[in-house]
Write a protein that binds this ligand. Sequence first.
Ligand SMILES: Nc1nc2c(c(=O)[nH]1)N[C@H]1C(S)=C(S)[C@@H](COP(=O)(O)OP(=O)(O)OC[C@H]3O[C@@H](n4cnc5c(N)ncnc54)[C@H](O)[C@@H]3O)O[C@H]1N2
Ligand code: MOO
Length: 421
Amino acid sequence: MATDPPRPTDVAPLSMEDYRRRVLEQITPLTPSQRPLLDAIGLPLADDVVAEVALPGFDNSSMDGYAVAFADVAEATAERPVHLPVVGEIAAGQTTIHSLTPGTAVRIMTGAPVPAGATAVVPFEWTHEEGREVVVAQAPDEGQHVRRAGEEVQRGDVLMRRGQVIGTRHVGLLAALGNGSVTTAPRPRVVVMSTGSELVEPGKPLAGDQIYDANSFLLAAAVRAHGGIAYRARATTDDPREFADALSDQLLRADLVVTSGGVSKGTHDVVKEVLRELGTVDFLEVKMQPGKPQGFGVVGEDRTPIFTLPGNPVSAYVSFEVFVAPALRRLTGQAGTDPVLRPAVLTESVRSMRGKTQLLRVAAEHTGGQLRVTPVGGPGSHLIAGLAQADGLVVLAEDVAAVSQGDLVPVLLLDRPQEGR
Ligand SMILES: Nc1nc2c(c(=O)[nH]1)N[C@H]1C(S)=C(S)[C@@H](COP(=O)(O)OP(=O)(O)OC[C@H]3O[C@@H](n4cnc5c(N)ncnc54)[C@H](O)[C@@H]3O)O[C@H]1N2
Ligand code: MOO
């Protein structure tokens, strides 16, 4: 464990935003390295992407048909078709003919290079063959069905910026540019630990006063949804030695540790008890509901960052979305770290507690060009079935006491990968 001298670790209450800022300042982005393209999905680029090839790379046909000199077929109609001798064939990837002699036609396939001298492609549907000749019954426009070299991308173009998150369509572009690998931060490895003597692994029988460990699954799923690798540790009891040992064992594989439970004011608040001793983790109240008791700091020789989230499942999850997810974005060097809030119409009036940021669970739907949000479940931090119905969190600022039906409110949409801005 860390060798720093102990220091006071209980800090005064902070606003949600100030706490997030304080936490993010203490997170150092992971060192970028090269990784195969498909392993980089969801990670932000460490460098700009500069095109090393043009797209298209050469003039090529967009249709199966005949490469011709436009002037030869400009007058072609069904009534007065133009006859041209067919002198060869070019398929994609099998270039044999590099130039076209005026007055002739070359059969060409989609994607095949258009020979020099050809200035249009006549699709097969506008023609028929008679012996060794093609009969053209409809004239193309000049240049029609020819995709020009560099039409979309020129060598040297900057196509993606550092910090931009790689999504499905970017992978397609990067591959088209010939980038088999890209430089990104590694996917953060996040150890998720639950604490509490009442916790039982799902699938095992429950005794009277026991409950299933929901948080380690909930938080591990959230880590994955935000592009991290989750290592879910089995729940530990309220025995300080057991928690300290488990944490110490887990540090080996962690870029970040997230615990839940054991941080409020009870007599068995094991996380607080153990980590306070180290002097490297701050415990405080954040002016928000849910998610009031929080802890953040570093542990172990590598000074691995650790979040100690509250045990109530909704509190733990909401804390993840507003603090841990931004930290994951910072670890990977993403351009924007704070949650993106979108304006939405509230369908019911709600009250809020002044002096605390309220994170209201809502169901969000797009109707009539509007994002509309409706509160779901109750306000209790234990209401996990209500949480499962939610796909958004409305953020009601500390100074808000009430919001009326129809008002615009900022909403954090859940499970939407947040692209770099
Ligand atoms: N006297 C006070 N009591 C409490 C305060 C306070 O300010 N003064 N704050 C309350 C608030 S707010 C929260 S949130 C909780 C946070 O408590 P802890 O972080 O110490 O968490 P626990 O006491 O261990 O558990 C709270 C609650 O959550 C259930 N839990 C815990 N872990 C899991 C898990 N992995 N899966 C499912 N459920 C879990 C646990 O059984 C408790 O019901 O403190 C309030 N108390
Ligand atoms: O703030 Mo606790 O986090 O509501 O339930």
